[in-house]
Design a protein around this ligand. Structure first.
Ligand code: NAD
Ligand code: FES
Length: 283
């Protein structure tokens, strides 16, 4: 069992948990992920590692409450435990030692994963500009943390309620056109955002890394559930990724595959809601 050491609600639908998992904390690197299972009946859910503390022996996860499993996880509190917490899985983000200036882009809850990437780059002595995009002010997360590990942080909101009004790609275009030179762009967020970030950088020939989160089952390269087409070849995000060259990813196929189980997911969520309303809400 894996104990929840800390629970912090970052906004109405996004929660941070620090989980006691010393063996994972010892080996974890930016870009890797874990798979958790709340209980025996639970599905296996992959989450990119948001942070880790080797001394405390903890791994931080940040999740959006979108489905039955994350809803169930969010009913737990500090002191409670979850059944399975497996990792670190996947290939750590490769930081090019030649890179001098990098632009990290986070979209919505994807900022939870963009933040540790920015931190790792910053700790490697690289100049980091970050563009953090949110739909509106009320769902902004981790601003202080992101500011602490970046040289320039550009906050963007779709509705203009905080920072500058516009999408992350608007700011990226503006920065590139103003003559800022980036050796690398790292983009993490909704697939559609990563698609358009890659489309923005391609004409400028700026290497672009994206972190993909397709449907995963075993997380060990056995089931094929997480397959994505990259450069015309089939890759497994769990063992070949989750980071890939954004100019090579078939984003349209990925979006199509990610929508396969929307109906079943909605049914499971409703079922879970009914169970929780049946008296188990504080469990
Ligand atoms: P969202 O839909 O609110 O979008 C966040 C930001 O992305 C927007 O504010 C905007 O700046 C940008 N964006 C969205 N659509 C765009 C477009 N068409 N063109 C350019 N920019 C665009 O995001 P959300 O609801 O918080 O969802 C976050 C997503 O991130 C989820 O889909 C989740 O699966 C994904 N995610 C991915 C990872 C990963 O490891 N890849 C990790 C966590 C979350
Ligand atoms: Fe099964 Fe990747 S999750 S192969």
């Amino acid at each position: 069992m894996y104990k929840i050491v800390t629970k912090r609600e970052l906004n109405d639908t996004v929660t941070l948990m620090e989980i006691e998992a010393p063996h994972i904390a010892r080996k974890a690197k930016a870009g890797q992920f874990i798979i958790f299972r709340v209980d025996e009946q639970g599905e296996r859910v992959p989450l990119t590692i948001a942070d880790y503390d080797t001394e405390k022996g903890t791994v931080t996860i940040i999740f959006q409450i979108v489905g039955a499993s994350t809803k169930l996880l969010n009913t737990l509190n500090a002191g409670d435990s979850i059944l399975d917490f497996v990792g670190p899985l996947g290939v750590p983000t490769h930081i090019d030692p030649e890179a001098k200036r990098v632009c990290v882009i986070g979209g919505g809850v994807g900022n939870a994963i963009a933040y540790p990437q920015a931190k790792a780059l910053h700790n490697a002595g690289i100049q980091v500009d970050m563009i953090a995009g949110f739909r509106s002010k009320d769902i902004v997360i981790l601003e202080d943390e992101m500011r602490a590990v970046t040289d320039n942080l550009y906050m963007m909101t779709d509705d203009g309620t905080y920072g500058e009004k516009g999408l992350v790609t608007d700011k990226l275009k503006q920065l590139i056109e103003a003559g800022n030179h980036y050796d690398l762009v790292v983009a993490i967020g909704p697939v559609i955002m990563m698609k358009f970030v890659a489309a923005t950088t391609k004409p400028h020939n700026i290497k672009t890394l994206v972190s993909l989160n397709p449907i995963m089952i075993d997380g060990t390269g056995m089931c094929g559930g997480c397959r994505v087409r990259v450069g015309g070849k089939m890759k497994f995000a769990c063992v070949d990724g989750p980071d890939f060259d954004g100019h090579e990813v078939d984003f349209d196929e990925l979006m199509h595959r990610n929508s396969f189980y929307k109906e079943q997911e909605a049914t499971a969520r409703d079922h879970e809601c009914r169970l929780l309303k049946g008296g188990n809400q504080n469990g």
